[in-house]
Design a protein around this ligand. Structure first.
Ligand SMILES: [Zn+2]
Length: 431
């Protein structure tokens, strides 16, 4: 939980008092309001208005990539200001509700939206100058009673795909590289915010060699060397029809954002059977869940077995802040059992770390993220089992030489990179 230092709290109280005074003496013509919001007039003590300062401070956090989104939510007698940091939403501060309108208006002015329109949702864009370059953001407004909810999302920077060796696949890198040379369906699974895009981009960049024709469908920007196609629903051009168009143009590699529904999944599998490499995201908890998901979408087991080449599940775990992490004794055996730690790793637990909280990590105890993966290549034995009964399949999957997500995550906790709480929060229990 965010805790302001006492002198910071007093400063904020003074600011709020000052802004309330400003609001009460604010002139009321739209031009004056706009001038005030843009900071052009001279407020009471010749300092920028606190509303402008506060908005600028929040946008600073986006520009410096400390947070990836900001949310102003009028609720009860206050405006709840929340931010998403390292993938987790948390309270930043609570302000008096009287500030809801001026703050909303300030964000609307910056995003060049209509400040008088408060009854309809609006959308705009802003560009911020950060220490690591420009950060583009989307600003969304949503009417909420007589005020508005304001959401500001940092857009993903233009993508420079990671090299396969930089992804963090460890000893699986070689196996994955071989599979990406060939044909088949490659699924990258995980919930939203699990780094699926980064993984698919890296795979696509690796697979798109000059002698192969690579298409990226419905995924926004694509790595260099690939042709990016965007669906246009108003012209009846959806992902499925773009997939067919790419196939007709002798595509060797095709990347899709997400496999959804029977028709698209089956077409993608058939494209893979035809000798193409098809990369796609799939919302599933882990590799086993991905196979079940394909069956739920009505794909025949024999098509799944023949087309599927690789399933990679990914998660991003929050990295413990190196400045304030707290050393703790090794976990008790029953804790390890409950977390599903493999028996052979028990002796390896000498100490663990838990989050502290310092200025550098804004009191959260975490700073940055570390990816973990579960890599399941569909090898001949498993391929044969996939078409047999579900019991056999279960057995084959268990016998496979692959490491479940939870185990990969526990290794990061053992290395002191993340906490056991983060492992339990982010990865599915084994079994
Ligand atoms: Zn810290």
């Amino acid at each position: 939980m965010w805790q302001d230092a006492p002198n910071e709290t007093r400063r904020e109280e003074r600011e709020v008092a000052r802004s309330c005074r400003l609001i009460s003496c604010m002139t009321s013509t739209p031009d004056d309001i706009e001038a005030w919001l843009e900071g052009k007039d001279a407020p009471l003590d010749d300092k920028p208005s606190p509303v402008i300062e506060r908005a600028a401070r929040l946008l600073d956090e986006l520009a410096s990539a400390r947070v990836t989104s900001i949310h102003l939510e009028p609720s009860g007698g206050e405006v709840r200001v929340r931010v998403r940091q390292d993938g987790v939403l948390r309270d930043r501060e609570r302000l008096p509700r009287v500030l809801a309108r001026p703050l909303a208006a300030r964000f609307k002015v910056i995003a060049r939206l209509d400040i008088c329109e408060r009854a309809l949702p609006q959308e705009g864009r802003i560009e911020l100058e950060g220490p690591k370059g420009r950060v583009a953001c989307r600003v969304l407004t949503l009417p909420c009673g007589s005020e508005e909810v304001i959401d500001v999302f940092a857009l993903e920077p233009p993508r420079t795909a990671l090299a396969l060796s930089e992804l963090g696949l460890g000893s699986d890198t070689g196996r994955v590289a071989v599979i990406l040379e060939g044909r088949g369906l490659v699924l990258v699974v995980g919930p939203s915010g699990s780094g699926k895009r980064t993984v698919v981009d890296a795979f696509l960049a690796h697979a798109a060699r000059p002698e192969r024709r690579a298409f990226s469908i419905g995924r926004g920007g694509a790595p260099p060397g690939t042709i990016a196609l965007e669906p246009r629903p108003e012209k009846d051009l959806d992902v499925l029809s773009l997939l067919r168009e790419a196939e007709r143009r002798e595509a060797n590699v095709i990347a899709l954002e997400t496999l959804r529904g029977h028709d698209l999944s089956e077409r993608a599998a058939v494209a893979a059977l035809d000798g193409r490499l098809v990369l796609a995201g799939l919302p599933a908890a882990n590799a086993r869940g991905a196979i079940a998901r394909l069956q739920d979408m009505g794909l025949e087991p024999c098509i799944i077995a023949e087309s599927l080449a690789l399933v990679v599940a990914s998660r991003l775990l929050r990295r413990l802040c190196a400045r304030c992490k707290v050393k703790a004794p090794p976990p008790y055996r029953d804790v390890l059992d409950r977390l599903g730690a493999a028996a052979r790793t028990r002796g390896a637990w000498t100490e663990v770390f838990s989050p502290g909280g310092c200025e550098a990590c804004a009191g959260t105890g975490y700073s940055g993220v570390v990816p973990v993966f579960e890599v399941l290549p569909i090898e001949p034995l498993l391929r044969a089992e996939l078409v047999s009964t579900s019991d056999d399949r279960e057995r084959a999957l268990r016998a496979g030489a692959w490491r479940p997500l939870r185990e990969a995550a526990l290794e990061k906790a053992r290395e002191g990179v993340t906490s056991l709480a983060e492992v339990a929060r982010q990865t599915p229990a084994p079994g």
